[in-house]
Ligand binder design. Sequence first.
Ligand SMILES: C[S@@+](CC[C@H](N)C(=O)[O-])C[C@H]1O[C@@H](n2cnc3c(N)ncnc32)[C@H](O)[C@@H]1O
Length: 384
Amino acid sequence: MTHKAENNEQEGLFIRLNKHDVQSFIDLVQRQFKSKPTIEYRYKFIKERDFILIPLNRSSMDEIQNYIESNRSLKYEIVSRKVIKNPKFKYKTIEDLLKEERPEWNYKLIPKSYDIIGSIAIIEFPNLDNLSQKEKNLFKEDVAKAVVNVNKSVKSVYEKVSQVKGEYRLRNLQILFGNDDPETVHKENHAIFKLNVKKTYFTPRLVTERKRIANSNICKGELIVDMFAGVGPFSIQIAKKRDVQIYSFDINVDAYKYLKENIFLNNVEKKIFPYNINIKTLLESESQLNILLRGKINRIIMNLPEKSLEFLDVACFLMKKNGGIIHNYQFCSKPKPIELGIKKFSHTLSKYQYQIEKVIHANIVKSYSPLMDLISLDVKIIAK
Ligand SMILES: C[S@@+](CC[C@H](N)C(=O)[O-])C[C@H]1O[C@@H](n2cnc3c(N)ncnc32)[C@H](O)[C@@H]1O
């Protein structure tokens, strides 16, 4: 591409040092100018007879010179040479890379974040309305290539083209770069999850939340229900750490298929019992499962934030009469989402034969939209 050739034509400023002084200079710069841009590692060092020329960032040049002068620590000269790209240099962020490769771009348009699930990156472009279709396509393609360039593990990049929707909580994805193969294997907190990003729900943004729950005060022998298990991230991370039995449900047959496979991949077959049913049906029939679980459960995970409260009837049906813990997720309006979440939980619970004994923990997991947060509540409930 032409812009790469142009970069190699640029003049840059270099500090010329005796080759024996190079390491002392690098050490000095790292010590004195820790967070500042100093050495331009994206360009090659140049060797000229007994001297090495180190490319410097112009913004720190005066400070570096002042420091060396006042300490008389090194003999040096500042010289100008054509810069040569260092092919081994890895940019830390897509923004850094694109600022360099595409200086003509408005980098406010570059997405600030993206998700990485196994070998797949998923990205959203909220601000491209002022670009023509052709410009949009070029922009997205270059951003996708930049994502692959800065993340060694990423092989394919998908664009989010819809919100999460429907009963299975899926979103439409469109391939931007790499193979359109939506199946991948993701590692999280020492567990592995095979999944299909188009057919199953999974977000890496709950990594801390799942670790928190798996490390929480879970007792030996507890019976746990994961009402909306997906491919199993909550169930499996708990089962890997705790001596418990978990009944994991999902209505989506593909999620169930991967849930079963992930139980096997993580060696927790003796602790997790997967079911591909609508959890509501437990209320409808006197099935074996209904009889097995009714009033026996110590802990319930309710990770269906947009309507978890609609399932509190099932939770109360399953929970032990002498109480148990619910890990409840909800989307609640800012600015006081936690207060609102507790109020709504308590109001809905009051319709059933249970009440809140204690709110053990409450936190905002992440911002969901400009108006809503995703919140997490750990609530001890007990029969009235
Ligand atoms: C937000 S996802 C959470 C998945 C998983 N807990 C995770 O952290 O990745 C909600 C899941 O609940 C499932 N689901 C929705 N309604 C359900 C129902 N009535 N019964 C059982 N599963 C349901 C969806 O298929 C989806 O996989």
